[in-house]
Write a protein that binds this ligand. Structure first.
Ligand SMILES: [Zn+2]
Length: 437
């Protein structure tokens, strides 16, 4: 009997132990699902009424905070948690699984974590042209991740764009001319690329029966610059009066002319230098440059056009200078500069900027500014059209557009040392006054 009883007792104990183990496993199992980050030490002391509020935040942190410390913490704590907690947590199966597999299946764990961007290229564009910048977000295994937030920053703008089903996130850019950096981030990864916007340009030739090969002028030919645009405008001059437009933003419109007197070389070379400069330097508005108003005069290295004194007849219908004034007005110019050279001992015979007080006071203000900044003399006449009736500057001023004439000393048909750079400086100063460069 005793022996039987003992066997029975042992049997009962074994059964009890077995049951106890199973229930313990169940609890642990629940607990591991519960995981964790969710049940931090702090939460273990809070009441079980709160978990619903905490859940949202905590589960979102799960993937970031799935370290082993949290795991063991919750293991020891979770048994005492109410079933409400556990049930709620189980609903976040994906997260729990991800955390659960930290040690066994790291592939799944990192599948939605941005690891790197595909290589992206620097962008070069032209003002007014929309371009798309795209990148792909990859995980550690090199697979694209969809629905991941990518933040782009360009200049002062921020764009937030989720990756599409192919893991691609893109933004459209249409910026003013200039140099920018595109910065981008997704979780902990980041990158950057350059975005360069060049000035828009366009060459138009006005067939005013003024066309000629300006390279026939030896001084022009020997000073021609290596520049695609300079070559193009010289070619265009064969067919008339060429004009080049540059635009890099919605700023002011400045109109520059040279060569109304064909044998005044320095200002025409300065115009070509300015064209070359604008090929690579961004601007904030619009610039029109007419380097050879009178291509025929330039080619022949003579002052006038077929004997016509263009700078005395800008107010006479039909002349090239008259047509130029009409164009300056039509293109809504905010300022105008006509560039010449003056021979030593001639009139005015010095480096000088000229303007008028009336009817456009800004002509005088502009002249004073150029005089000060470019360190040249300044002559301001009371009223436009009195001393120089029919001069381009005067006629433009009389139309309400601020206008100046800029002279540099150089013998006709020749280039005095320093005259080109002085002329160019005055052009750039005119542009700076108008905030275009
Ligand atoms: Zn002149």
């Amino acid at each position: 009997m005793k022996k039987r009883f003992l066997v029975l007792v042992l049997l009962v104990i074994s059964l009890f132990l077995l049951l106890a183990t199973v229930s313990a496993e169940e609890i642990v199992s629940d607990d591991s699902n519960t995981e964790i980050g969710v049940f931090s030490e702090k939460q273990s002391v809070t009441s079980s009424d709160e978990p619903n509020d905490n859940m949202g935040d905590d589960t979102s942190n799960d993937l970031d905070d799935n370290d082993s410390k949290n795991f063991s913490d919750s293991n020891s704590i979770s048994v005492s948690h109410s079933s409400t907690n556990i049930t709620t947590i189980n609903s976040t199966t994906t997260n729990s699984t991800a955390i659960d597999t930290t040690t066994t299946n790291s592939n799944i764990n990192t599948s939605n974590v941005p690891f790197k961007f595909t290589s992206t290229k620097n962008i070069v564009s032209t003002y007014g042209k929309k371009v798309k910048f795209s990148l792909k977000v990859l995980n550690k295994e090199g697979k694209a991740i969809s629905h991941t937030l990518v933040t782009f920053k360009v200049s002062s703008k921020t764009y937030k764009v989720y990756t599409n089903v192919n893991g691609i996130s893109s933004i459209n850019l249409n910026y003013n001319a200039g140099k920018y950096t595109i910065y981008y981030y997704a979780s902990d990864i980041s990158g950057k690329n350059r975005y360069t916007v060049k000035n828009y340009y366009k060459i138009t030739t006005y067939k005013w029966n003024s066309g000629a090969n300006v390279l026939k002028n030896k001084k022009i030919k020997s000073n021609v610059l290596k520049s695609t645009l300079v070559k193009k405008i010289i070619k265009a001059a064969k067919f008339g009066t060429p004009i080049i437009k540059f635009k890099g933003g919605n700023g002011k419109v400045v109109f520059i002319t040279s060569g109304v007197h064909g044998n005044e070389i320095p200002s025409q070379i300065a115009s070509l230098k300015l064209i070359k400069y604008l090929e690579t330097h961004s601007i904030k508005g619009t610039i029109y440059i007419m380097p050879f108003m009178n291509s025929k005069g330039t080619a022949a290295n003579v002052r006038n056009y077929k004997g016509i004194r263009l700078n005395k007849l800008a107010n006479k219908k039909g002349t090239i200078s008259y047509k130029t004034v009409k164009l300056i007005k039509k293109l809504k110019s905010n300022a105008y500069g006509d560039f010449h050279s003056t021979r030593p001992g001639g009139k005015p015979g010095k480096n000088v900027v000229m303007g008028t007080y009336r009817p456009t006071k800004k002509s005088a203000t502009l002249a004073k500014y150029i005089s000060k900044k470019a360190k040249v003399k300044c002559i301001i006449y009371k009223k436009a059209g009195v001393e120089y009736p029919g001069a381009l500057e005067d006629v433009v001023s009389m139309k309400g557009i601020p206008a100046v004439s800029c002279e540099v000393i150089s013998p006709h048909g020749k280039i005095k040392s320093g005259s080109v750079s002085k002329s160019l400086l005055m052009m750039k100063t005119l542009l700076k006054y108008n905030s275009v460069i």
